[in-house]
Design a protein around this ligand. Structure first.
Ligand code: PLP
Length: 380
């Protein structure tokens, strides 16, 4: 089986983890945590990084820190992984789901603008949804597949409507918009190091911010809000959201290889676009000129998605459909979904992700293309 996205353990992972075990610095106080935080922040062009146990926890914490709470709203795209929505629900807030562009599959900022103009109201520097007078506090863009939406326009709206921005950058380590790396556009950005992400610690995350006070507060809240080094004195309800030294050690080794991983992902992306372009109705995700994506997970659209998925999965090529749109999940079906043409539904019905590990071989790439061609030939 050619797998969809493998973690690639090819550097100093064993060496650094062994050092943690040999020295018994396995928990969260070891040196690799700080080193990993710094490496991720530096790579992302942010001033500060705070490690946490996974991306979901990081997103939750960021929403808490900007004061999202019971009965508030957070604006987010209808196409995303469930973790985005879960992090919103943990605070007691509800999502407002915005449909995506048909071609880039990112949150439709024009649609967002029309919604804000028509259905919301600013009073005393606060934004309210007209129909129920509940506060809308934040907007959480998601850089779906490492691509990005129109960030300038989005930030302008955030400014006009007094919304804080937390970026779900979990898929976008290595992606930038007009030369600025993902994660730096709002108060916080969050990266994930889950098993399938561009680098992995098995599970893990880093919150980035350019505000020193917010970085300190994030560290404080991820570590049970302990005030003093010796005494057990805590000044608020905190979380045990830390990343362990062992996992941070893996992360440091992964960061050392990141440039190479991104280069390979970009090669794979170009290879598939060249080899699959023009076959049947295959269309690729549009990437606007001013965006430099990390090409994390190669995905294309075809009306034959379901039979193709079945064919490839039973012929040695591991593939996946896209996430079910959030408004179609039973937990969120009653939440507000802003749409004109329900592009999310079409994206879900047609998109398929194909193998693109950072260590996929040229031979494997050719096999994937062959199998796809075989499929289209078989259906005529
Ligand atoms: C991976 C991912 C997350 C969550 O990250 P975890 O580290 O798995 O908790 C959140 N949002 C999106 C869009 C993701 O792809």
């Amino acid at each position: 089986m050619i797998s969809l996205t493998d973690a690639v353990i090819a550097g100093n992972e064993w060496k650094y983890v062994k050092e943690c075990l040999d020295t018994t610095w396995i928990s969260s106080a070891g040196k690799y945590v700080g080193q990993f935080e710094q490496m991720v922040a530096e790579f992302a062009g942010a001033k500060y990084g705070v490690a946490c146990m996974n991306g979901t926890a990081g997103l939750h914490l960021c929403l808490e820190m900007i004061g999202v709470s019971q009965d508030d709203y957070v604006i987010t795209p209808n196409i995303t992984f469930i973790a985005t929505l879960n992090s919103i629900k943990y605070t007691g807030a509800s999502p407002i789901l915005i449909d995506v562009y048909a071609d880039t599959w990112q949150m439709d900022v024009g649609l967002l603008k029309r919604f804000l103009e028509k259905d919301t109201e600013v009073r005393n520097g606060k934004l309210f949804l007209k129909k129920d007078n509940r506060r809308i506090k934040a907007i959480m863009p998601v850089h779906v597949l490492g691509n990005m939406t129109e960030m300038d326009e989005l930030l302008e709206l955030a400014d006009i409507y007094h919304l804080d921005v937390v970026e779900d950058s979990t898929e976008a380590l290595g992606s930038s918009y007009k030369g600025k790396h993902a994660g730096n556009f709002g108060k916080f950005g969050v990266f994930s190091f889950n098993g399938n992400k561009i680098i992995s610690t098995g599970g893990g995350g880093v919150i980035v911010t350019n505000d020193e006070a917010l970085a300190k507060r994030a560290k404080h809240l991820t570590t049970q809000a302990k005030v003093s080094r010796i005494d057990y004195i805590h000044d608020e309800v905190g979380y045990n959201y830390r990343l362990t030294n062992i996992l941070a050690a893996v992360g440091v080794a992964q960061m050392e290889q990141l440039e190479g991983f991104i280069a390979r992902k970009k090669f794979v992306n170009q290879f598939y676009r060249t080899e699959l372009g023009g076959i049947s109705d295959i269309t690729f995700q549009k990437v606007n000129d001013h965006i430099d994506p990390n090409c994390w997970l190669f995905t294309f659209s075809t009306a034959q998605m379901r039979p193709l998925l079945e064919y490839l999965n039973s012929n040695g090529v591991q593939c996946r459909p896209f996430w079910m749109p959030m408004n179609q999940l039973k937990m969120f079906k009653d939440d507000l979904y802003i749409t004109e043409n329900n592009h999310a539904s079409k994206v879900y019905d047609t998109c398929i992700s194909i193998p693109c590990s950072s260590d996929i071989t040229d031979e494997e790439l050719k096999t994937v293309v062959e199998k796809i061609k075989e499929f289209y030939k078989s259906i005529g």
